[in-house]
Design a protein around this ligand. Sequence first.
Ligand code: ASP
Ligand code: MG
Length: 401
Amino acid sequence: MLVVQKYGGTSVGDLDRIENVANRVAKARDEGKDLVVVVSAMSGETNKLISYAEHFTKNPAKKEMDMLLSSGERVTAALLSIALQSKGYDAVAMTGRQAGIVTDDLHTYARIESINPAAMQNAIDQGKIVIVAGFQGVNKDGSVTTLGRGGSDLSAVALAGALKADQCEIYSDVDGIYTTDPRIEPNAKKLDIISYDEMLEMSSLGAKVLQNRSVELAKKLGVRLYAKSSFTDNEGTLITEESNIMEAVLVSGVVLDKNQARVTLRGVSDRPGIAAEIFTALADANINVDMIIQNVGTDGSTNLGFTVPQSELENAKRLMESFDHDIGGMDYDEHVCKVSVVGVGMKSHSGVAATAFKALAANNINIQMISTSEIKVSMIIDEKYGELAIRTLHEAYELDK
Ligand code: ASP
Ligand code: MG
């Protein structure tokens, strides 16, 4: 059995924790597993390296940044390999290049183009534990590149795909995916299993256990993905194909996104092309629009609402003012949040959304905007009721059971 394990920054945060990881890897080895272990930089290290560069300039060259940032993961890979060797295990540390990871040229946010697993496979065949520095590869010219923040998850999934590993285990300080944030709802339950699509909805909404790109890639490559803790021996959560989930639950989780601001445009000219113009302008300004709602027009005009990240509200407002001959009026609210109910079971059951609306109504929480997809119902509400709404919905769907 070939397993790719990935240990995040907190799991390798100091020398004792690296020792702890070495013991866990050794145990898996003793159980007879072949292992490729991907590591992050020690927690805080990448940020520290960025601050070093910013001491000199706010705008360091991205190519140099990659040279700098990739060093964090190399330190951990080498130390973990040394720790394993000191325990009598045969281990070898590799950089992204040595592991055969080739990327495009987009420094600091590179995409993996190909992986040649020959060197890793060779070492595995020789009985070695392969330790790989995460978050990095090399472009065609041989310059080191990095994969974007949180990119070690992506390294692990990509390597698992290239090696056709049996599974990929992502270790952090959280022991899996929960029905909601346990800091908001102490009765949140760890899920045993969740589909890739639900996970993507939950992570983009704030449950930051796995980097989103890595879940997308796992889905594409069909990698069996586990989220586990390096501090416990709990089972963790399996993220997999929906078809592998025997009994789809109605709702898997409820998520809060506090970083939302609402813009409502009133009396918008009801003519072809207006939405294209408005959202092209927002896109060109790199403003990430989330929810969009438009109603059927009456008397030549309509209302159009959308949400943006709070930090983008001022920019969005300014842009919308340039549409004044097409827009009657605008109001906006920075103090809103989005609560979402996520579950693949919604595809085949009716009444899921109504349950949410009823639960919020019972608490006198007004819903300002609603949007739905096949597996999600999202509601924009007043920011001050966000946590109450999450607890209410968690109870309404009996997620604590
Ligand atoms: N060290 C990198 C970061 O902090 C990559 C990772 O940890 O996944 O973003
Ligand atoms: Mg991470």
